[in-house]
Design a protein around this ligand. Structure first.
Ligand SMILES: [Zn+2]
Ligand SMILES: [Zn+2]
Length: 155
């Protein structure tokens, strides 16, 4: 498998090239906040720090963003993403999601994120942490394997 045909870490089922890569490369802008959410998640998976900063609203950027992000990326192995709810109205949007990461066997980051559109670009503004969601052992695993949770990451 070449680099071009590897599947996108955002678990879209598409190849990276046909999904988040043009966004990461700056060839394309996310047309919705949901698309930006997916591309930021895959940027976390792939260590695309510059993209994460570029898609963070300028008012929210901090001097040490680069270092903090690099550290998070280094320490966290992301293994799945589930979008719970996506709402968009005009130039603002919220995305509620759960991102899963490896932690004996896994842990959740459940967040409701706020996005804003300025000069035709969507930006991540901030988010609010929410309690873990309940998963059932018979549901399909969040990692996109197509297997049931009990036969995959919760086995
Ligand atoms: Zn993708
Ligand atoms: Zn799994």
């Amino acid at each position: 498998m070449t680099n071009n045909s590897r599947s996108c870490p955002c678990i879209s089922g598409k190849t990276y090239k046909g999904c988040c890569q043009p966004l990461h490369n700056g060839e394309m802008h996310a047309s919705t906040a949901e698309q930006l959410m997916y591309s930021r998640y895959s940027a976390f998976c792939l260590g695309k720090v510059a993209y994460l900063i570029a898609t963070l609203h300028p008012d929210k950027r901090q001097q040490d963003d680069e270092q903090t992000l690099a550290q998070t990326i280094e320490q966290t192995k992301w293994i799945g993403l589930k979008i719970i709810q996506y709402q968009s109205e005009g130039h603002t949007a919220t995305v509620e999601f759960v991102a899963f990461y490896q932690d004996d066997p896994f842990n959740q980051l459940h967040e409701r994120s706020n996005f804003i559109k300025e000069n035709n670009c969507w930006f991540y503004v901030d988010g609010e942490f929410l309690p873990d969601i309940k998963l059932t052992r018979n549901e399909l695993c969040f990692c996109g394997s197509g297997k049931k949770l009990k036969k995959c990451h919760a086995s």
